[in-house]
Write a protein that binds this ligand. Structure first.
Ligand SMILES: [Zn+2]
Length: 99
């Protein structure tokens, strides 16, 4: 049996993206307590994977809102891109960002 952890991004009540975080395999019948729930290392990996996806999608959403005019919604001219570094303590991300 496989359990799939997914992260959905919902905007105004609509699911705009759904990403697979991780798949966890477990036997159909419990054979030991070790098969019950998340193992410590799996829990840490799930949280780290969610954090990475969340930070990435928040940065993308932030870029989308910055590159479009808040008044009319038209795309603004992009003068240049620069690399931006984000460090949340658990996730380090380097990403192109519009100026
Ligand atoms: Zn405008």
């Amino acid at each position: 049996m496989v359990w799939v952890v997914k992260l959905e991004q919902v905007i105004a009540g609509k699911v705009v993206s759904r990403k697979k975080v991780m798949a966890l395999e477990r036997p159909e019948k419990l054979q030991s307590l070790g098969d019950l729930g998340l193992r410590l290392e799996e829990g840490k990996a799930v949280v780290a994977a969610i954090q990475k996806l969340l930070v990435t999608q928040q940065c993308e959403r932030h870029d989308e809102t910055r590159t479009h005019c808040a008044e009319c919604g038209k795309r603004r001219r992009i003068k240049d891109y620069r690399l931006r570094h984000f460090d949340t303590g658990t996730v380090k991300l380097t990403k192109d960002a519009a100026k």
